[in-house]
Structure formats: C-alpha cells, structure tokens
Design a protein around this ligand. Structure first.
Ligand code: GDG
Length: 726
C-alpha cells in the first residue's frame, strides 16, 4: 500500500534530555503536524526529521528511534557541529535572512554551505532507505531545499512534493546568492512545488527562468524530461482548536476581566524573537500613537509576547537588547501607578493562556517586515468565533494579508499608517468589527489546515495520473519498436526533420548551434541510404545552413520554406518579394533599441526579431506592441507574423513549413513518413501529413502530431537507433 513520507527539519515530537539523562517527549510547536495528521486519505504516513536534541550516544539513539517508531516517526540525528553549521549556519544565517530580504545579515560562508549539503545528503540517505514502490514524498521548508533533487537522483520515478513555508524573494535578491543555481536545481527535483502566495510563486518562476533557462506555462515548468507543477497553497490553521479550544475554562478573573475592570483596551502582539517581525518598528509606532493621541494614554495597553528563539545568532541577541531598551523607555515615560503601556513577556506560554490572550485582546497588532504566512493573525480571527468582537491590524508584508483582506492592512515601515490603523481600530463600531470578522472567519473555516494538506496532496496525486496519461502519447518502447519495424520494412521513406529545438538544443546565440560531428555522421547515414529521402525544414537562413551542411548534400527548406533545395539546386517561390523590409526594419530597430539584448536577424525574404537573451515577459510585451504596429504597417501587404521559440518572424503570408513539406510529399508514394519538430511552425508540417505518418513533437505541449518525445536528447537516441538499422 502506498504511503506518504513527510520530511521536515523538525519532527512533530521533540525529545528533551534532562540534566540527569532522562529523556522526555513532547509535541513540537506548529500547525504542520495537525494538518498532516488529519489527512484523511488512504495513505499511511511516516515522518522523518530531527527530534531537536543532540544525541550522540548510540544506545540513546537506538532507544529514541524505538520510542518514536511507535508513532511512525523516524529520527535524523544531527551532531553538534551539524547543528551549528547546517541549522544555525546556512539555514538560519544564510537562507533565512536572505529569503526575508535581510541581505545585510546574509552570511556567505562556504563552511555553512558544505554542512548544508552534507546534512541534506544525510536526510536523503535515510529517506531513500525507507522509500517503497508507489510511495509519495512531501518535503518541507528551507532547511531541505536540496533534498528533492537528491531523492530524485536515487528514485527517478518517485512522486515528490515540496512546500516552502517562508517567502521566496524576488530574482534580484535571490541572484545574489553564490549557490543560487544549486538551490534551484534542488527545488526542481520535486514534481510539485508549493508556496503560500502567488507573489512567491512568481518570484520563483522568474528566478528559475533567468538562472536555469527553464520556461513555464501556467506554472508548469518543463525541465527537460519532466514537468514540475508550481502552485499556490496558502496554509490554513486548525480553526476549531482556536474557535472552541478544548478544555477551555472561561477564567472569571482572567486577562479579559482585568482589562475590562479598568476600562482599558488590550492590543496584542505575539511573535518569535526575530528581526523579520518588525518588533522595534511596532514599539516606536505605539509610542507615536500616544504622542499623537494623548487622550488614549492610560486607556490602551500593548501586551507583547516575544518567544525566545535562535539566541546563538548574534543579530537575535542584539535585537533582544534593543527591545529591552525600547520597552524600558516607553514604559518609564508613560507608565502610571495603575497602568503600564507595554506589558512585555519574553517567554512562551501554554496553549490555554495563549488562547485566553487571543480572546481577551480587542486588537491584534501584527506587523512583520516580512513573513511567509503568519499563522498568529489567523488564530486571532478564529478565537473571535464566539464574541465577533476584535480588529486585526496586519502587515501587508505577511503572506496572510493576501487572504485576510478585511483586516486593517498596513505598511510596517510606515509608522503613520500604523498609528492611523490603531486609531481606526479603537474607534471601529461593533457592527463593522463583526462584519469584517465574519468574512475572514468564513474563509479560514473553509480553508483550514486540513484543507491545505489535502489540496496539496490531491494535486500531487493528480500529477501522477497526468504523468501516466501523458506517457500514453510519449514514444515508449512499444511505439518505438513498431516505428523501427515499419522503417525496416519500408522501401520509400521520407524523413522530415526540424533543426533548432529538435536536433540541437537552443543557445542564447543562434549562431553557436553548429551541428556536432555525431549528428552530421548520423544524418549522413540516413541520407546515404537509397531507400531514404532526408529533408531538413528550418526557419534558419539559407547561408548558415549551406555553411553548416557543406559536407552532406541534404535536401532542405530554409526560412520556413522561402528557399527550397532539391536535386542540388536552390530555388525560391517566384511570387515572393522583400520590398516591405524597408518599412518594417525601422520598427524592429526601434524595438531593439528599447529592448537591450534582443537583435534582428535578416534573412532573404524575412526579418526575425530574437529575444532569447532578455526577460521573457518584456519580450512578450514588446511582441504585443509590435503586432499592432505591424498590422497597421502591413494592412495592404500580404505578410504574416510567425511566433517561434523566443523569436518572431515577419514574412510573406504564402510561406510556411507545411507548404514546403508538400514539395516532397507529392514526389512519390511513400510507405514510411517520419517528421519531427518542436515549435508552432512545425505544426504546419504535422497538419499536411497522412494519418499513418510518424509525426513527433518534441516536448509535452499540445500538438497535431501523433506522438510526443521528451527532449532533443531523446530525438538523437531515436535517430541513433534508426541509423543502426540502416
Ligand atoms: C513559518 C513561517 C509561516 C507562538 N507563540 C506561542 C505559540 N506560538 C505559535 C502560534 C503559531 C506559531 O507558533 C507561529 O506561527 P508562524 O506563522 O509564525 O509560524 P512558524 O512555524 O514560526 O514559521 C511563517 C509558517 O511557517 C507556516 O507555514 O506562517 O511565515 O515563518 O501557531 O500560535 N504557541 C504557544 N505558546 C506561545 O508562546 N503554545
């Protein structure tokens, strides 16, 4: 039976080793375990991760493993050094600050990177030891970015999902990292990659395109022989746990009562100690609030919970000092004998007390400078299920702000914005509070953590089915055997091949795609066989093809069929003309001027604008602009605009590869036809072929061809097999 193997840095159970050596087991904080444990499908689950304590003694490791195995948990034991360099180092001093836009804190130490790779390998080894047939793997978060690719290497067909819980930064930030390529390749080992927001997804796709060159269509990245699905899965919370907490006893003399008694309003903030959370900025804005609205002095209190974290990292210790000073100053300035402006707690609280605070607070002030999602904001809204009273002030830099649009959304760097939001929240009518809360609660109830985990898994399972379906059109062993057999039996064979993207991979410089010797040898074998007619039909210009294929006298069509070489002679359509070029060229030149990195290729009867070296979105935008101008310019001319792979070409309307193919198709009664091509212009060839022809599209895009083949490499392998039969 298929199982789900969850892999995350931390296990949902933490092991604590007391001074006397006793081992204690308790649940780790966080909603991930709830979400995953509630997955209500047929999958059995195992979970692999670090139990949070350094255990170097072999016997102890064995005892812990035995204990955890009872709950299907498998521990990865880290050494002190690994904890220091992998966890505190690369994870928390490199990726964490960098992905949260704190590049000033990013550490670029190779020592950290080496440890990161090593620990990812350690995880990979253990995961691979446990993978069985049909298992699904789901890897979590920034500590394990290399893991998907490592697992993929060992198990090319296993289904792997990956979810990033923190932001993915814009390309301009991401590219700064020396290990950007390795990190992206790590991600791309997965079949599915999930982010909290569309913004993170967009940044990721853009980084992938610019750094690795892999393009995508609607979030599906074609990585050669696989498709990687990238999508948005905003994580929810365990709604009922906060709406109707178990064992919750309304404390008569609890926090809420204390504030009510004194006619004071409670503003709440809860964060882990982290520079990403905007805590100093928040305190300063709170101080400004009293400066601007002094009549609220004595009437509003900020209850600020800061949970200790990563105290071994310098910036965290510095931040702690800064907070102590800021809170000290404001309290010293404004406190009275029965009121303190900020009640600051530097510790964590048991769940029940946390929930009491959520219920008691009139306002939650959650203003991170950057936050992947921020579950506290969602928990606060859920805790208001019964009272329907409360206002959420939320930073637009938290992923949650995309969903909680009925909160008061603020820019955490804009203290005036925060001050205004505080005033608006304090003065908001109960009707408006309820109206805003209800809308958000409805959404959070529907899209809770179970729904999040289920949606992710269902989509991942769907991909397995999709892959399976795709494979039916892909050239497999059976189709290949039939093709080779038909080829063998045939006496009059027509073989039509496209060049770029079919026989050779693309290059940023089109002139660098010179055919290699192996290809030339293979084509020569095909060409020299009396039973074969081998043709190349390409969009390239005649001169380049003549130069590159000087050794083999292959018949061909260039410029999509403008020039036809048959029986050793080149000729062109008689009715073709190029007088239009003088009108169109200046427009293209202007385009190049405005789009650095693009260039014009002039062929005999066409003009092509290449944008392979530039940003894809900019290229597409320019094409849209250009098409309008061209329509105007060519209103009375018989021209067409062909869109190829990162190139647009303007030529006479009468020319296309299908028409070119017909010269040879009509020559004889062929008993075997093979045509292979990769882009839209090759579809014109597929359209004119008889239904029993072997038409093959390179890549998995929609096509008129009968079959698909994954890559140029696969085309070359197929040709090798054909020539070995020749
Ligand atoms: C990552 C991303 C993303 C906090 N203080 C106490 C306490 N908590 C609980 C809260 C909440 C959780 O910890 C913190 O939520 P975050 O959203 O900050 O999540 P993290 O796991 O820290 O961080 C973040 C998240 O992953 C999920 O993808 O939202 O952006 O950085 O559940 O309630 N719990 C208790 N006592 C406390 O004092 N018991």
């Amino acid at each position: 039976m298929a199982r789900l193997i969850i892999v995350s840095n931390r296990l949902p159970i933490t092991v604590d080793k007391k001074k006397d050596g006793d081992l204690f087991y308790h649940p780790s904080a966080g909603g991930l375990a709830t979400g995953l444990n509630s997955l209500d499908n047929d999958l059995n689950k195992i979970w692999i991760g670090w139990p949070g304590e350094i255990i170097e003694d072999g016997w102890e490791q064995k005892a812990i493993s035995q204990e955890l195995t009872k709950d299907n948990l498998i521990p990865v034991f880290l050494t002190q050094e690994e904890k220091e360099f992998f966890y505190e180092g690369f994870s928390n001093k490199t990726i964490w600050p960098h992905f949260h836009y704190f590049t000033q804190y990013t550490s670029y130490r190779d020592r950290y990177w080496q440890a990161y790779k090593k620990v990812n390998e350690k995880f990979a080894e253990l995961v691979c030891k446990h993978i069985q047939k049909d298992d699904l793997v789901w890897v979590h978060d920034y500590q394990l970015l290399l893991l998907p690719q490592m697992i993929r290497k060992a198990f090319p067909n296993v289904s792997i999902g990956f979810f990033l819980h923190i932001p993915f930064p814009s390309y301009e930030i991401f590219r700064i990292l020396p290990w950007r390529r390795e990190l992206l390749n790590g991600f791309l080992g997965a079949d599915q990659i999930g982010f909290h927001t569309y913004g993170y997804m967009r940044h990721f796709l853009s980084a992938v395109y610019r750094i690795t060159g892999y393009d995508h269509k609607f979030g599906k990245i074609n990585v050669g022989n696989r498709i990687v699905n990238v999508d948005v899965f905003p994580m929810g919370i365990d709604y009922q746990k906060y709406a109707t907490p178990p064992n919750f006893v309304e404390e008569k003399n609890g926090i809420e009562a204390q504030f009510l008694d004194k006619n004071q309003k409670m503003v709440l903030s809860i964060d882990r100690l982290d520079y990403t959370k905007g805590i100093p900025e928040r305190i300063k804005a709170f101080r400004q609030f009293f400066e601007k609205h002094p009549h609220y002095i004595g009437k509003v209190t900020l209850v600020m919970v800061v949970v200790p974290s990563r105290s071994n990292v310098d910036q965290y210790a510095d931040l702690k000092k800064e907070l102590d000073t800021l809170v000290g100053n404001i309290n010293a300035k404004y406190r009275t004998f029965n009121w303190t402006p900020i009640r600051y707690f530097y510790r964590s609280f048991p769940f029940n007390e946390l929930t009491s605070m959520y219920r008691a607070a009139e306002i939650a002030l959650i203003t991170p400078l950057r936050d992947g999602m921020n579950l506290v904001a969602k928990e606060f809204i859920a805790a208001k299920e019964q009272s329907k009273k409360g206002v959420l002030i939320l930073s637009e830099m938290a992923g949650a702000s995309n969903e909680l649009t009925d909160a008061l959304i603020v820019n955490p760097n804009d203290s005036v914005d925060i001050v205004n939001a505080l005033l608006q929240a304090l003065e908001m009518s109960l009707e408006e509070q309820e109206e805003r809360l209800v809308k958000m609660q409805e959404n959070l109830k529907k899209f809770d953590v179970r729904n999040w985990a289920e949606t992710f898994m269902n989509e991942q399972i769907g991909l397995i089915e999709f892959k399976h379906k795709q494979k039916t059109n892909l050239i497999n062993e059976t189709i290949e055997a039939k093709l080779l057999d038909d080829y063998n039996k045939a006496k009059q064979r027509l073989i039509i091949l496209d060049y770029d993207g079919t026989l050779m991979n693309f290059n940023k410089d089109p002139q660098a795609v010179v055919p290699d010797q192996e290809l030339l040898d293979n084509l020569n074998i095909l060409h020299s066989n009396d039973k074969n007619k081998l043709i190349i039909i390409t969009g390239r210009d005649k001169d380049t093809m003549v130069k590159w294929f000087s050794e083999i006298d292959i018949e061909m069509a260039t410029e999509h069929g403008v020039w036809i070489k048959r029986k050793g002679k080149w000729r062109t359509f008689t009715n073709i003309y190029d007088t239009w070029k003088k009108d169109v060229r200046p427009v293209l030149e202007n385009l190049v001027h405005r789009t650095p990195g693009s260039f014009i290729e002039e062929k005999d009867y066409s003009l092509a604008w290449h944008y392979r070296k530039i940003d894809k979105d900019l290229g597409e935008k320019r094409i849209r602009e250009f098409k309008d101008v061209l329509h105007y310019l060519t209103a009375n001319l018989d021209l067409q605009v062909l869109e190829g792979n990162k190139v647009v070409e303007i030529k006479n309307a009468d020319v296309n590869k299908g028409k070119a193919a017909q010269y040879w198709l009509n020559d004889k009664k062929w008993d075997f036809i093979l045509a292979i091509g990769d882009d839209r212009t090759d579809e014109d060839i597929f359209k004119v072929l008889p239904s029993n022809a072997y038409s093959i599209k390179v890549g998995l895009n929609q096509t008129k061809a009968r079959f698909n083949i994954m890559s140029v490499e696969d085309v070359r392998t197929l040709l090798n097999k054909i020539t070995s039969k020749t």
